[in-house]
Design a protein around this ligand. Structure first.
Ligand SMILES: C[S@@+](CC[C@H](N)C(=O)[O-])C[C@H]1O[C@@H](n2cnc3c(N)ncnc32)[C@H](O)[C@@H]1O
Length: 261
């Protein structure tokens, strides 16, 4: 992990008072993202502000006039960050809908996806949300300068077809993050999802995980991206033992990538 990352926390501003924000955050549930609004932070979150900051290093600081697609947006932290960085249009999509107070099983934790709407309201945000599966992004009939594809690739069984679709709707670059296999070789691991007893309870592990070189080869040789690079890696920020670990350590790695046209 790069150590020259600035550690300053990303703080969003809201017209609501600190007390009002605190009241909104009190609701007893699990947020996916850490949000710091007017200095008040969500607690009980799946990802930390440090981790989100690490991911955010790959997104340009000035997005003036840029169009962004955030795939698998969850609570929307990265979409709201792009708005803060002056993007002109942001479309956030997720296969989960926010119409009901619905919870999804996300790697063993319950995530209330309705918090996207709460953050949107607190921030007076213009980010547009649509319930859409990434397999259908070609139906949008729209192109985007940058596409955020954070924490999603390992959920996608037909990754090549999806990355080809992403290539067809992106003008500049896609930023991707996700679990990686620690190997120099271009390899991919498919879990046997048919037998939950093998790899923990059903849905506990995403269907695939790939090595960095495998993702890079898919991006460049198969999907047509001109450049594909591994920007950085980080040890998995939460305790987890995945069956695909080869090494002695139980610490997995997450990779951060940039694929450009
Ligand atoms: C591990 S979370 C990552 C959330 C967020 N992008 C981040 O990095 O913090 C994966 C998200 O992707 C969504 N997702 C999974 N498969 C998807 C698909 N086929 N189409 C759209 N969204 C999907 C899930 O609903 C979930 O919100």
């Amino acid at each position: 992990m790069t150590d020259n990352l600035d550690k300053e926390e990303i703080i969003f501003q809201s017209r609501f008072s600190k007390e009002e924000v605190r009241e909104f955050f009190k609701k007893d549930t699990k947020f996916y993202h850490t949000m710091n609004i007017n200095g008040i932070k969500t607690e009980n979150t799946r990802t930390s502000s440090e981790y989100q900051k690490w991911i955010s290093q790959v997104i340009p600081n000035d997005l003036t006039g840029k169009k962004i697609l955030d795939v698998g947006c969850a609570d929307g932290f990265y979409s709201f960050l792009c708005e803060k960085r002056n993007a002109s249009r942001i479309l956030a999509i997720d296969q989960e809908g926010f119409d009901k107070h619905k919870t999804i099983a996300e790697s063993g934790t319950k995530v209330n996806v309705n918090y996207f709407e709460l953050f949107k309201k607190l921030l007076d945000s213009k980010v547009e949300y649509r319930k859409l599966d990434v397999y259908d992004i070609d139906l949008l009939k729209e192109t985007f300068d940058f596409i955020l594809f954070f924490g999603v690739y390992y959920h996608i069984e037909n990754l090549i077809s999806v990355l080809k679709k992403i290539h067809s709707v992106v003008n500049d670059s896609v930023f991707l993050s996700g679990h990686i296999l620690e190997s120099e070789n271009p390899i991919m691991y498919y879990y046997d999802q048919s037998d939950p007893t093998k790899h923990g309870s059903a849905g506990e592990f995403a269907p695939i995980v790939a090595s960095p070189q495998c993702l890079i080869n898919i991006a460049k040789s198969i999907c047509g991206f001109k450049n594909a690079e591994l920007v950085d890696t980080i040890s998995m920020p939460y305790e987890r033992t995945y069956p695909h670990f080869f090494s002695d350590s139980n610490v997995g790695k997450i990779g951060l990538f940039k694929f450009s046209k």
